[in-house]
Ligand binder design. Structure first.
Ligand SMILES: [Fe+2]
Length: 246
């Protein structure tokens, strides 16, 4: 891990023009989940600014390989094999090392391994659908999986989710926690999705779509998609800005 002195300052406030509104009635569950009263402004607490700290010793050998982490010995998950990789950065473009990424997704047919799942697509006995990894000291991460399928969900009469992978990211403070979804370049369901439509800024949607990355494919094995993730940054001193700001 990096020997760089960890930052301990307060975080930038959340950009509410960039994040989706909480109340978006065409995404039906947002109606009951959204706050009914005005939000209060509270300064970052110490526990939001420090920790969590994760070490590589918490990871299992196959945690970053969803093709094999649930499969019987000698078998593998069904579906197009892909590598998903990218860099976790803060709002100033600095890599966030030691960040814990957890990801979960449907199988190649669009089916989740969940008892409340209502879609008729088949389960894959060799696919569990979740994994995790930790970024290197410059913020890079990579994992292997199969490309998930799109699936229908009970929102409107006939709504479908584009193919996507869910991400949870823990950075250097709990205030940086990010839950998001990655979509795949070229998917015609993206502009039709009621959840995607909760995001007002087209650039924010674009940033959630991972482009095909031919440079990092492995011939006869896996294609690759690149997905960079930006966490809330910390306010810094002028000295740090001159040395590293970008
Ligand atoms: Fe999903």
């Amino acid at each position: 891990m990096s020997n760089r002195k960890p930052e301990t300052g307060a975080f930038f406030p959340r950009d509410r023009a960039w994040q989706p509104d909480a109340y978006t009635p065409w995404y039906k569950t947002s109606v009951l989940r959204s706050p009914q009263k005005a939000l209060l402004s509270i300064n970052n607490t110490l526990s939001e600014m420090t920790g969590p700290v994760f070490g590589h010793d918490i990871l299992g050998e196959l945690d970053d390989d969803l093709i094999h982490n649930f499969a019987k010995p000698g078998e593998s998950a069904i579906g197009p094999r892909i590598i998903v990789h990218g860099r976790v950065m803060d709002e100033r473009g600095r890599g966030v090392g030691g960040a814990l990424l957890e990801f979960w997704q449907a199988n190649a047919g669009g089916r989740y391994r969940h008892k409340k799942e209502g879609y008729v697509a088949a389960l894959d006995p060799n696919f569990g659908g979740c994994g995790r990894t930790i970024t290197d000291e410059d913020g890079h991460y990579s994992f292997r999986t199969i490309k998930p399928g799109p699936y229908p969900w009970p929102n409107g009469v006939n709504d479908w989710r584009p193919a996507h992978i869910h991400f949870s990211v823990f950075g250097h403070g709990f205030a940086q926690r990010l839950i998001t979804q990655m979509y795949f370049e070229g998917d015609p369901l993206i502009p039709l999705c009621p959840i995607v439509k909760t995001i007002a800024d087209p650039k924010a949607i674009e940033d959630l779509i991972a482009p095909l990355d031919m440079a990092n494919t492995i011939p006869m094995d896996a294609s690759a998609y690149k997905f960079d993730i930006v966490l809330r940054g910390r306010r810094s001193t002028m000295f740090e800005n001159r040395m590293e700001g970008n």
